[in-house]
Design a protein around this ligand. Structure first.
Ligand code: PLP
Ligand code: TYF
Length: 398
Protein backbone atom coordinates (compact mmCIF):
# COMPACT_ATOMS: atom_id res chain seq x y z
CA UNK A 1 0.00 0.00 0.00
CA UNK A 2 2.62 2.55 1.02
CA UNK A 3 5.60 1.35 -1.00
CA UNK A 4 4.87 3.60 -3.93
CA UNK A 5 5.07 6.81 -1.90
CA UNK A 6 7.80 9.06 -3.24
CA UNK A 7 10.15 10.65 -0.74
CA UNK A 8 9.85 14.43 -0.65
CA UNK A 9 11.49 16.85 1.74
CA UNK A 10 9.55 18.91 4.26
CA UNK A 11 9.50 22.59 3.38
CA UNK A 12 12.67 24.46 4.41
CA UNK A 13 11.00 26.21 7.37
CA UNK A 14 9.85 22.94 8.89
CA UNK A 15 13.23 21.29 8.14
CA UNK A 16 15.14 24.03 9.95
CA UNK A 17 12.63 23.96 12.79
CA UNK A 18 13.36 20.26 13.31
CA UNK A 19 17.12 20.84 13.04
CA UNK A 20 16.85 23.64 15.59
CA UNK A 21 14.99 21.43 18.05
CA UNK A 22 17.65 18.73 17.65
CA UNK A 23 20.52 21.22 18.14
CA UNK A 24 22.01 20.77 21.63
CA UNK A 25 24.13 23.96 21.68
CA UNK A 26 22.92 26.17 24.55
CA UNK A 27 23.26 29.47 22.67
CA UNK A 28 21.08 28.45 19.72
CA UNK A 29 18.78 31.18 18.48
CA UNK A 30 15.91 30.67 16.05
CA UNK A 31 15.41 33.51 13.57
CA UNK A 32 14.10 31.04 10.99
CA UNK A 33 10.51 30.60 12.09
CA UNK A 34 7.76 33.20 12.07
CA UNK A 35 6.97 33.62 15.73
CA UNK A 36 6.88 36.94 17.62
CA UNK A 37 8.77 36.98 20.89
CA UNK A 38 8.70 39.85 23.37
CA UNK A 39 11.54 41.92 24.87
CA UNK A 40 12.42 38.94 27.10
CA UNK A 41 12.43 36.47 24.24
CA UNK A 42 9.13 34.84 25.22
CA UNK A 43 6.08 34.16 23.08
CA UNK A 44 3.66 36.56 24.80
CA UNK A 45 0.37 35.67 26.43
CA UNK A 46 -1.57 38.83 25.62
CA UNK A 47 -3.31 40.51 28.57
CA UNK A 48 -6.70 40.72 26.84
CA UNK A 49 -6.44 37.09 25.74
CA UNK A 50 -5.73 35.96 29.30
CA UNK A 51 -8.69 37.93 30.64
CA UNK A 52 -11.00 36.54 27.93
CA UNK A 53 -9.83 33.03 28.83
CA UNK A 54 -10.54 33.61 32.53
CA UNK A 55 -14.07 34.78 31.69
CA UNK A 56 -14.58 31.81 29.41
CA UNK A 57 -13.58 29.35 32.12
CA UNK A 58 -15.74 31.09 34.75
CA UNK A 59 -18.78 30.76 32.52
CA UNK A 60 -18.19 27.01 32.18
CA UNK A 61 -20.39 26.83 29.10
CA UNK A 62 -21.19 23.44 27.59
CA UNK A 63 -18.82 22.52 24.78
CA UNK A 64 -21.33 21.79 22.06
CA UNK A 65 -20.61 22.00 18.33
CA UNK A 66 -20.05 25.42 16.85
CA UNK A 67 -21.88 26.34 13.65
CA UNK A 68 -19.97 25.19 10.54
CA UNK A 69 -19.25 28.81 9.64
CA UNK A 70 -18.52 29.95 13.23
CA UNK A 71 -20.72 32.19 15.39
CA UNK A 72 -22.29 35.37 14.02
CA UNK A 73 -20.52 37.70 16.50
CA UNK A 74 -17.18 36.19 15.47
CA UNK A 75 -17.93 36.53 11.75
CA UNK A 76 -19.24 40.08 12.14
CA UNK A 77 -16.17 41.08 14.16
CA UNK A 78 -13.84 39.62 11.52
CA UNK A 79 -15.60 41.60 8.80
CA UNK A 80 -15.44 44.83 10.81
CA UNK A 81 -11.72 44.27 11.36
CA UNK A 82 -11.14 43.69 7.67
CA UNK A 83 -13.43 46.29 6.13
CA UNK A 84 -13.57 48.94 8.89
CA UNK A 85 -16.47 49.33 11.32
CA UNK A 86 -18.52 51.76 9.22
CA UNK A 87 -17.82 50.22 5.80
CA UNK A 88 -20.63 50.19 3.22
CA UNK A 89 -20.01 46.53 2.38
CA UNK A 90 -21.05 45.47 5.90
CA UNK A 91 -24.64 46.44 5.08
CA UNK A 92 -24.68 44.86 1.63
CA UNK A 93 -24.65 41.26 2.78
CA UNK A 94 -22.39 40.27 -0.11
CA UNK A 95 -19.46 39.08 2.03
CA UNK A 96 -19.54 35.63 3.66
CA UNK A 97 -17.11 34.91 6.49
CA UNK A 98 -16.41 31.42 7.80
CA UNK A 99 -14.22 30.56 10.78
CA UNK A 100 -11.23 28.49 9.65
CA UNK A 101 -8.37 26.39 10.98
CA UNK A 102 -5.89 29.26 11.10
CA UNK A 103 -4.90 31.26 8.06
CA UNK A 104 -3.73 28.05 6.40
CA UNK A 105 -7.20 26.55 6.73
CA UNK A 106 -8.72 29.71 5.25
CA UNK A 107 -6.42 29.44 2.23
CA UNK A 108 -7.24 25.74 1.90
CA UNK A 109 -11.01 26.30 2.19
CA UNK A 110 -10.78 29.09 -0.39
CA UNK A 111 -8.71 26.85 -2.67
CA UNK A 112 -11.31 24.07 -2.37
CA UNK A 113 -14.14 26.48 -3.22
CA UNK A 114 -12.23 27.87 -6.21
CA UNK A 115 -11.33 24.34 -7.39
CA UNK A 116 -15.08 23.68 -7.80
CA UNK A 117 -15.63 26.88 -9.75
CA UNK A 118 -12.41 27.12 -11.79
CA UNK A 119 -11.02 23.57 -12.05
CA UNK A 120 -7.52 23.47 -13.48
CA UNK A 121 -7.08 27.25 -13.30
CA UNK A 122 -3.70 28.90 -12.90
CA UNK A 123 -2.78 30.28 -9.49
CA UNK A 124 -0.10 32.97 -9.48
CA UNK A 125 1.94 33.57 -6.33
CA UNK A 126 4.64 36.14 -5.68
CA UNK A 127 8.31 35.26 -6.25
CA UNK A 128 9.18 34.57 -3.50
CA UNK A 129 6.23 33.71 -1.26
CA UNK A 130 5.40 31.85 1.93
CA UNK A 131 6.56 28.28 1.32
CA UNK A 132 3.15 26.76 1.89
CA UNK A 133 1.23 28.75 -0.76
CA UNK A 134 2.60 26.73 -3.62
CA UNK A 135 2.06 23.33 -1.97
CA UNK A 136 -1.43 24.23 -0.82
CA UNK A 137 -2.74 25.38 -4.19
CA UNK A 138 -0.97 22.56 -6.05
CA UNK A 139 -2.57 20.05 -3.70
CA UNK A 140 -5.98 21.55 -4.47
CA UNK A 141 -5.40 20.75 -8.16
CA UNK A 142 -4.20 24.10 -9.54
CA UNK A 143 -1.24 24.89 -11.77
CA UNK A 144 0.90 27.22 -9.69
CA UNK A 145 3.08 29.83 -11.38
CA UNK A 146 4.84 32.84 -9.92
CA UNK A 147 4.90 36.52 -10.74
CA UNK A 148 7.99 38.74 -10.22
CA UNK A 149 7.83 40.59 -6.93
CA UNK A 150 10.96 41.27 -4.93
CA UNK A 151 13.81 43.41 -6.19
CA UNK A 152 17.09 42.45 -4.55
CA UNK A 153 18.54 45.73 -5.81
CA UNK A 154 16.14 47.95 -3.90
CA UNK A 155 14.87 45.63 -1.17
CA UNK A 156 11.39 46.67 -2.32
CA UNK A 157 8.83 45.48 -4.86
CA UNK A 158 9.53 45.56 -8.61
CA UNK A 159 5.99 46.66 -9.33
CA UNK A 160 6.59 47.25 -13.05
CA UNK A 161 7.65 43.64 -13.57
CA UNK A 162 4.83 42.36 -11.37
CA UNK A 163 2.21 44.34 -13.27
CA UNK A 164 3.51 43.22 -16.67
CA UNK A 165 3.38 39.57 -15.58
CA UNK A 166 -0.17 39.89 -14.23
CA UNK A 167 -1.27 41.44 -17.52
CA UNK A 168 -0.07 38.32 -19.33
CA UNK A 169 -2.09 35.91 -17.16
CA UNK A 170 -5.22 34.39 -18.70
CA UNK A 171 -8.60 35.70 -17.50
CA UNK A 172 -9.85 33.50 -14.67
CA UNK A 173 -6.41 33.05 -13.15
CA UNK A 174 -6.25 33.36 -9.36
CA UNK A 175 -3.69 35.81 -7.98
CA UNK A 176 -2.53 35.40 -4.38
CA UNK A 177 -1.64 38.80 -2.88
CA UNK A 178 -0.14 39.49 0.53
CA UNK A 179 -2.25 42.37 1.88
CA UNK A 180 0.55 43.56 4.17
CA UNK A 181 3.82 42.47 5.78
CA UNK A 182 4.90 40.28 2.87
CA UNK A 183 6.27 36.92 3.97
CA UNK A 184 9.21 36.30 3.40
CA UNK A 185 10.58 39.65 2.19
CA UNK A 186 8.87 42.38 4.25
CA UNK A 187 8.43 44.38 1.01
CA UNK A 188 4.89 45.72 0.48
CA UNK A 189 3.21 47.54 -2.40
CA UNK A 190 2.72 51.27 -1.92
CA UNK A 191 -0.77 52.82 -1.73
CA UNK A 192 -0.29 54.13 -5.29
CA UNK A 193 0.60 50.65 -6.52
CA UNK A 194 -2.49 49.15 -4.90
CA UNK A 195 -4.59 51.91 -6.50
CA UNK A 196 -3.25 50.79 -9.86
CA UNK A 197 -3.47 47.05 -9.20
CA UNK A 198 -7.08 46.84 -7.93
CA UNK A 199 -8.76 48.04 -11.16
CA UNK A 200 -6.23 46.08 -13.25
CA UNK A 201 -7.38 42.84 -11.60
CA UNK A 202 -11.00 43.58 -12.57
CA UNK A 203 -10.14 44.67 -16.12
CA UNK A 204 -8.17 41.47 -16.73
CA UNK A 205 -10.76 39.17 -15.13
CA UNK A 206 -8.24 37.97 -12.54
CA UNK A 207 -9.46 36.55 -9.23
CA UNK A 208 -7.79 38.21 -6.21
CA UNK A 209 -7.10 36.03 -3.16
CA UNK A 210 -5.71 38.22 -0.40
CA UNK A 211 -3.71 36.67 2.41
CA UNK A 212 -3.65 38.79 5.57
CA UNK A 213 -1.71 36.91 8.25
CA UNK A 214 -0.10 39.95 9.92
CA UNK A 215 -2.83 42.59 10.24
CA UNK A 216 -1.59 45.12 12.80
CA UNK A 217 2.12 44.33 12.43
CA UNK A 218 2.84 46.73 9.56
CA UNK A 219 1.45 50.24 9.94
CA UNK A 220 -1.62 49.51 12.09
CA UNK A 221 -4.88 47.54 12.02
CA UNK A 222 -6.66 49.90 9.62
CA UNK A 223 -3.73 50.84 7.40
CA UNK A 224 -2.73 47.18 6.97
CA UNK A 225 -6.23 46.32 5.74
CA UNK A 226 -6.32 49.20 3.24
CA UNK A 227 -5.82 46.87 0.22
CA UNK A 228 -8.77 44.70 1.36
CA UNK A 229 -10.92 47.83 1.71
CA UNK A 230 -9.88 49.06 -1.72
CA UNK A 231 -10.99 45.76 -3.27
CA UNK A 232 -14.28 45.97 -1.37
CA UNK A 233 -14.93 49.49 -2.67
CA UNK A 234 -14.14 48.42 -6.24
CA UNK A 235 -17.19 46.13 -6.24
CA UNK A 236 -15.29 43.12 -7.60
CA UNK A 237 -15.43 39.57 -6.28
CA UNK A 238 -12.49 38.32 -4.21
CA UNK A 239 -11.41 36.17 -1.27
CA UNK A 240 -9.51 36.99 1.91
CA UNK A 241 -7.71 34.60 4.27
CA UNK A 242 -7.30 36.06 7.78
CA UNK A 243 -5.03 34.59 10.42
CA UNK A 244 -5.17 35.48 14.12
CA UNK A 245 -2.17 33.33 15.01
CA UNK A 246 0.23 36.26 15.23
CA UNK A 247 -2.02 39.17 16.14
CA UNK A 248 -3.42 37.32 19.19
CA UNK A 249 -0.30 35.24 19.80
CA UNK A 250 -2.56 32.18 19.61
CA UNK A 251 -0.59 30.09 17.12
CA UNK A 252 -1.58 26.65 18.36
CA UNK A 253 -5.26 27.52 18.77
CA UNK A 254 -5.56 27.72 14.97
CA UNK A 255 -7.92 30.68 14.65
CA UNK A 256 -8.54 32.21 11.24
CA UNK A 257 -11.33 33.11 8.85
CA UNK A 258 -12.12 32.93 5.15
CA UNK A 259 -14.08 35.86 3.76
CA UNK A 260 -15.60 35.48 0.30
CA UNK A 261 -16.89 38.64 -1.32
CA UNK A 262 -19.52 38.10 -4.03
CA UNK A 263 -21.11 40.58 -6.43
CA UNK A 264 -24.44 40.56 -4.55
CA UNK A 265 -26.20 38.90 -1.64
CA UNK A 266 -27.80 36.08 -3.64
CA UNK A 267 -24.41 35.02 -5.04
CA UNK A 268 -22.99 35.34 -1.54
CA UNK A 269 -25.63 32.90 -0.28
CA UNK A 270 -24.72 30.40 -3.02
CA UNK A 271 -20.99 30.49 -2.40
CA UNK A 272 -21.45 30.44 1.38
CA UNK A 273 -23.57 27.29 1.06
CA UNK A 274 -20.91 25.69 -1.15
CA UNK A 275 -18.16 26.51 1.35
CA UNK A 276 -20.26 25.04 4.19
CA UNK A 277 -20.80 21.81 2.26
CA UNK A 278 -17.06 21.51 1.68
CA UNK A 279 -16.30 22.12 5.36
CA UNK A 280 -18.95 19.63 6.44
CA UNK A 281 -17.24 16.88 4.45
CA UNK A 282 -13.78 18.01 5.50
CA UNK A 283 -13.69 18.60 9.28
CA UNK A 284 -17.38 19.24 9.97
CA UNK A 285 -17.13 22.03 12.57
CA UNK A 286 -14.47 24.52 13.62
CA UNK A 287 -12.79 24.82 17.02
CA UNK A 288 -14.50 26.42 19.98
CA UNK A 289 -11.83 27.73 22.34
CA UNK A 290 -9.54 29.99 20.29
CA UNK A 291 -12.36 31.57 18.32
CA UNK A 292 -14.38 32.22 21.48
CA UNK A 293 -11.39 34.07 22.93
CA UNK A 294 -10.83 36.13 19.77
CA UNK A 295 -14.56 36.90 19.62
CA UNK A 296 -14.58 38.14 23.23
CA UNK A 297 -11.53 40.35 22.74
CA UNK A 298 -12.85 41.85 19.50
CA UNK A 299 -16.33 42.56 20.85
CA UNK A 300 -15.66 43.72 24.44
CA UNK A 301 -14.69 47.41 24.25
CA UNK A 302 -12.20 47.37 27.15
CA UNK A 303 -10.50 44.15 26.06
CA UNK A 304 -10.47 45.38 22.48
CA UNK A 305 -8.74 48.62 23.45
CA UNK A 306 -6.16 46.75 25.52
CA UNK A 307 -5.49 44.29 22.68
CA UNK A 308 -4.98 47.17 20.26
CA UNK A 309 -2.50 48.74 22.70
CA UNK A 310 -0.55 45.54 23.10
CA UNK A 311 -0.55 44.89 19.34
CA UNK A 312 0.82 48.41 18.84
CA UNK A 313 3.54 47.65 21.40
CA UNK A 314 4.52 44.54 19.42
CA UNK A 315 4.57 46.51 16.15
CA UNK A 316 6.66 49.29 17.66
CA UNK A 317 9.08 46.84 19.24
CA UNK A 318 9.68 45.16 15.87
CA UNK A 319 10.18 48.57 14.27
CA UNK A 320 12.77 49.50 16.90
CA UNK A 321 14.66 46.26 16.16
CA UNK A 322 14.48 47.04 12.43
CA UNK A 323 16.04 50.45 12.96
CA UNK A 324 18.88 49.08 15.09
CA UNK A 325 19.56 46.24 12.70
CA UNK A 326 19.49 48.39 9.55
CA UNK A 327 21.59 51.21 10.98
CA UNK A 328 24.26 48.95 12.43
CA UNK A 329 24.63 46.66 9.41
CA UNK A 330 24.41 49.52 6.92
CA UNK A 331 27.24 51.27 8.72
CA UNK A 332 29.42 48.16 8.69
CA UNK A 333 28.53 47.06 5.12
CA UNK A 334 27.35 50.12 3.18
CA UNK A 335 27.29 48.21 -0.12
CA UNK A 336 24.98 45.37 1.00
CA UNK A 337 21.59 47.12 0.96
CA UNK A 338 20.87 46.45 4.64
CA UNK A 339 19.13 49.85 4.90
CA UNK A 340 15.98 48.31 3.36
CA UNK A 341 15.38 46.35 6.59
CA UNK A 342 14.19 49.61 8.15
CA UNK A 343 11.59 50.20 5.44
CA UNK A 344 10.35 46.60 5.23
CA UNK A 345 7.26 45.68 7.24
CA UNK A 346 6.05 42.90 9.48
CA UNK A 347 7.87 40.04 11.12
CA UNK A 348 10.35 39.22 8.33
CA UNK A 349 13.09 40.73 6.22
CA UNK A 350 15.06 39.49 3.28
CA UNK A 351 18.52 40.46 4.46
CA UNK A 352 20.37 39.60 1.27
CA UNK A 353 22.46 37.00 3.11
CA UNK A 354 23.55 34.24 0.73
CA UNK A 355 22.80 30.54 1.39
CA UNK A 356 26.46 30.07 2.29
CA UNK A 357 26.33 32.96 4.75
CA UNK A 358 23.13 31.58 6.30
CA UNK A 359 24.84 28.20 6.71
CA UNK A 360 27.85 29.77 8.45
CA UNK A 361 25.53 31.82 10.63
CA UNK A 362 23.95 28.56 11.81
CA UNK A 363 27.09 26.45 12.06
CA UNK A 364 29.55 28.99 13.48
CA UNK A 365 27.26 31.34 15.40
CA UNK A 366 24.26 29.19 16.41
CA UNK A 367 21.88 31.64 14.70
CA UNK A 368 19.26 30.03 12.47
CA UNK A 369 18.08 31.98 9.41
CA UNK A 370 16.45 30.59 6.27
CA UNK A 371 18.82 29.82 3.38
CA UNK A 372 17.07 32.52 1.40
CA UNK A 373 18.40 35.08 3.87
CA UNK A 374 15.00 35.57 5.52
CA UNK A 375 15.23 36.45 9.19
CA UNK A 376 12.44 36.92 11.69
CA UNK A 377 13.09 40.42 13.01
CA UNK A 378 10.32 39.82 15.57
CA UNK A 379 12.58 37.35 17.39
CA UNK A 380 15.24 40.00 18.11
CA UNK A 381 15.45 41.79 21.45
CA UNK A 382 17.88 43.91 23.46
CA UNK A 383 19.51 40.78 24.90
CA UNK A 384 20.29 39.03 21.60
CA UNK A 385 20.51 41.73 18.93
CA UNK A 386 24.17 42.68 19.36
CA UNK A 387 25.22 39.07 19.13
CA UNK A 388 23.11 38.60 15.98
CA UNK A 389 24.47 41.75 14.35
CA UNK A 390 28.05 40.75 15.13
CA UNK A 391 27.40 37.28 13.71
CA UNK A 392 25.89 38.70 10.50
CA UNK A 393 28.79 41.13 10.27
CA UNK A 394 31.26 38.25 10.64
CA UNK A 395 29.71 36.04 7.96
CA UNK A 396 29.27 39.00 5.58
CA UNK A 397 32.92 39.94 6.03
CA UNK A 398 34.40 36.69 4.73
N1 PLP B 1 -0.10 33.18 5.21
C1 PLP B 1 1.10 33.68 5.46
C2 PLP B 1 1.70 34.67 4.53
C3 PLP B 1 1.80 33.26 6.59
O1 PLP B 1 3.01 33.74 6.83
C4 PLP B 1 1.20 32.32 7.46
C5 PLP B 1 1.87 31.82 8.65
O2 PLP B 1 2.99 31.91 8.87
C6 PLP B 1 -0.06 31.85 7.15
C7 PLP B 1 -0.69 32.29 6.02
C8 PLP B 1 -0.74 30.81 7.98
O3 PLP B 1 -1.16 31.23 9.20
P1 PLP B 1 -1.68 30.21 10.30
O4 PLP B 1 -0.52 29.85 11.16
O5 PLP B 1 -2.74 30.96 11.01
O6 PLP B 1 -2.22 29.01 9.59
O1 TYF C 1 6.69 31.60 7.75
C1 TYF C 1 6.90 31.08 8.84
O2 TYF C 1 7.97 31.03 9.39
C2 TYF C 1 5.81 30.42 9.65
C3 TYF C 1 5.17 29.37 8.86
O3 TYF C 1 3.75 25.16 12.15
C4 TYF C 1 4.80 28.27 9.73
O4 TYF C 1 4.99 31.36 10.15
C5 TYF C 1 3.49 28.09 10.06
C6 TYF C 1 3.13 27.03 10.86
C7 TYF C 1 4.10 26.18 11.34
C8 TYF C 1 5.41 26.39 11.01
C9 TYF C 1 5.76 27.43 10.20
Amino acid sequence: LFAGIQDAPLDPIMRLFEAFNADTRPGKLNLAIGVYTDAEGKVPRLRAVQEAERRWIDKALPKTYRPIEGTKPFRDAVQALLFGSGAAILGESRAATLQSVGGTGALKMGADVLARLKPGATVAVSDPTWENHRALFAQAGFTVVDYPYFSADTGGVDYGAMRAALERLPAGAIVVLHACCHNPTGADLTAEEWADLVPLMAERGLIPFLDIAYQGFGLGLDADAAPVRRFAESGQEFLVASSFSKSFSLYGERVGALTIVAADSSLRAKVEALAKRLVRASYSNPHTHGAAIVETVLTDPALRADWERELAEMRERIQAMRVRMADSLQQRHPDRGFAAIKVQKGMFSYTGLTPDEATRLREDHEVYALETGRVCVAALNAHNIDRVLDAIDAVARR
